[in-house]
Design a protein around this ligand. Sequence first.
Ligand code: PLP
Length: 387
Amino acid sequence: MTHQEHRTKGGFETRAIHAGYEPDAATGSVIPPIYATSTYKQDGVGGLRGGYEYSRSGNPTRSALEGNIAALEEGERGFAFASGLAAEDTVIRALCRPGDHALLPDDAYGGTFRLFDKVATEWGLHHDPAPASDLDAVRAAIRPGETRLVWVETPTNPLLNIGDIEALATIAHEAGALLVVDNTFATPYLQTPLTLGADVVLHSTTKYAGGHSDVVGGAVVVKDLDLAEQIAFHQNAMGGVAGPFDSWLVLRGLKTLGVRMDRHCDNAEKVVEFLTGHEAVSRVYYPGLPEHPGHDVAAKQMKRYGGIVSFTVTGGEQHAVDVCGRTEVFTLGESLGGVESLIEHPGRMTHASVSGTALEVPADLVRLSVGIETIDDLLGDLDRALA
Ligand SMILES: *Cc1c(COP(=O)(O)O)cnc(C)c1O
């Protein structure tokens, strides 16, 4: 295979390292430079050298990232945004019109719910909740001809519910809707929704894609070229693009996504094993556990089960809060998907705003983003915090 072919047809890790960029013709630079430029010299009016005229419309560092993530998701085109929510807003405006209807997971990421409920609603988009793990509920809530988007996260946050992407794509398409999958938690290393029938894949690259808790970003990948045109138009018209330095950071993160995800999964599995036998733990939520309600679907569509683990403690809410305050290797903080382990209390932190609603999470729940540190240090830390 030529370098060009490896970039698009090689294995996951080969694509992660090579897709989106050819070593620069002028210097041989193996890594794309951070093209910190807003504009490009034209050779005569309209004479664009690389197709670039203004960096909102296109920037070579961003193009490298966009080509890379498209190759990893096995799509045709990728788009990089300033945040996951900027990506979501662009998808909504590009693919819906006022008066349309959307189905949202009943346990959607809080920022996604707020975007639909407080912003898109004002613009005229109606939405209803439907648990993506319950296909009958999705069938019942979908409005043929009116529902434009079926929006799914799998696994969900923080209870790690699983939606069957292939079945959801069929349900959406039969009703004339598009299936959008937020693939932030699984990443393309563990699951590729476009190959299972999804129309749009979306990421907060802030999480596993960037992977080092040093950048906020978002991405969209599609395989249909008409959808790509609509997203491209709105990306430029709305302008929520990823800057060149942020694009470079996410691209660097993606190169190691496969090895990082394997270690996240290895460590998460050992954490699950440890918690499952622990007397201070009442329930462990992880799609890799055979008793998890989404286990069979997860086994079918995911390569492994990811790095997020949630659990409830036997001592109630205060116990959960205390555990979160006592770890030393697990850092107490929001967000997830970085190399460092994080711990949080969803009820008072990431999910505080949904308390009292259908999205409310158990008060005695703790969520871990299991990082890639030495496993014995992680287990020792949890053991001390739970004691
Ligand atoms: C963080 C997150 C988002 C939002 O992304 P930002 O980069 O914070 O704007 C969307 N979906 C999921 C699943 C997330 O975890």
